[in-house]
Write a protein that binds this ligand. Structure first.
Ligand SMILES: Cc1ncc(COP(=O)(O)O)c(C=O)c1O
Length: 323
């Protein structure tokens, strides 16, 4: 890690695009911080090569399988994903010589389909109304019927939180000299919250609060899931979280636009949900550093028109499936 961090602040020099994943910027958001003593920091995972936090995870999943000798070049990797992990896996598999099949809901935004195809992945669609839980079920069934697939299964693979434990968390601690009062992220697979949360807890004890932003039940904000909707990913250990706070689709979109208008941060909708909770936590504190994750950039959501349409004019706001 010291070796990688030595590259700061120029962005580093790497042998290829896969090695350049991580070492993302931490940006202070002064306009959104409600009080002078409370500093709000955005960890720009959107600055990764394919534009999302999942580049770290996909690299860890594939390199873990390589180290264990579980995959060989030419083999087909199979993974259920609502988009970002698929796109990251597609880029990495194309570099490393693996085939990739992703299972995802048939109502994801068209940008996602194009990005996956662009990197050469094959797409298997699951029924949209079943959300990412439906994609998980279908992929598990396919893997049980054909043993030639290798399924990294980010929902149950320790390499997913491991990417954050050994990467994201270390970078945050280093940038803020171990002075972190709260960490806020979205709950999808739980990888970010488990990996960063565990590391911050080990280093800082109870001085840090680990906070999850969760979509309202049945309201699928892109990339987030509600645990109450019936599926708890095996990597999730709820005891690591201090709080879990629900966010409506409406608030997630309002804050996605606020990030853009007030701070110039072009992010996806789950980041809006997370930012709304980070600001709420900031309001409850007198001083300290609050870090939240910018999971992805907004380019995959452009077709929704949400960045340029006033929120009150967006149709079907609460019923739209954002993937
Ligand atoms: C856009 C977006 N936001 C948030 C998340 C949640 O991250 P994690 O899977 O680490 O819980 C994901 C991943 O599922 C995502 O793709």
């Amino acid at each position: 890690m010291a070796q990688e961090l030595r590259n700061r602040p120029c962005g580093g020099r790497y042998g290829d695009i896969v090695q350049s994943i991580g070492n993302t910027p931490l940006v202070e958001l002064k306009r959104l911080s409600p009080k002078p003593g409370v500093r709000l920091w955005a960890k720009l995972e959107s600055a990764n090569p394919t534009g999302s936090v999942k580049d770290r995870v996909a690299r860890a999943l594939i390199e873990d399988a390589e180290e264990k000798g579980a995959i060989r070049p030419g083999q087909t990797i199979l993974e259920p994903t609502s988009g970002n992990t698929g796109i990251s896996l597609a880029m990495i598999c194309s570099r490393k010589g693996y085939k990739l099949k992703v299972v995802m809901p048939d109502n994801v935004t068209p940008e996602r389909t194009q990005l996956l195809r662009m990197y050469g992945a094959e797409i298997v669609y699951s029924p949209g109304h079943l959300g990412s839980n439906g994609a998980v079920e279908l992929a598990l069934k396919m893997a049980s019927e054909d043993s030639s697939y290798y399924m990294p299964y980010q929902y149950g693979n320790p390499a997913n939180p491991g990417a954050h434990y050994h990467g994201t968390a270390v970078e945050i601690l280093d940038e803020l000299d171990n002075d972190v009062s709260a960490f806020v992220a979205g709950l999808g697979t739980g990888g970010t919250l488990m990996g960063v949360g565990r590391r911050l807890r080990e280093e800082l004890g109870d001085a840090v609060k680990i906070v999850a932003a969760e979509p309202m039940q049945g309201e699928p904000v892109q990339g987030l899931r509600s645990l109450d909707d019936g599926f708890i990913p095996p990597i999730i250990d709820l005891s690591i979280l201090d709080r879990k706070i629900f966010v409506t689709n409406h608030d997630a979109i309002v804050w996605t636009k606020k990030l853009l208008d007030e701070e110039g941060i072009f992010a996806g909708v789950s980041t809006g949900a997370i930012a709304s909770i980070a600001v709420r936590i900031a309001n409850e504190m007198d001083e300290g550093n609050i870090v939240f994750i910018v999971c992805d950039d907004g380019s995959k959501y452009l077709s929704s028109g949400l960045y340029t349409t006033p929120v009150e004019e967006l149709e079907n706001l609460d019923t739209t499936v954002w993937w």
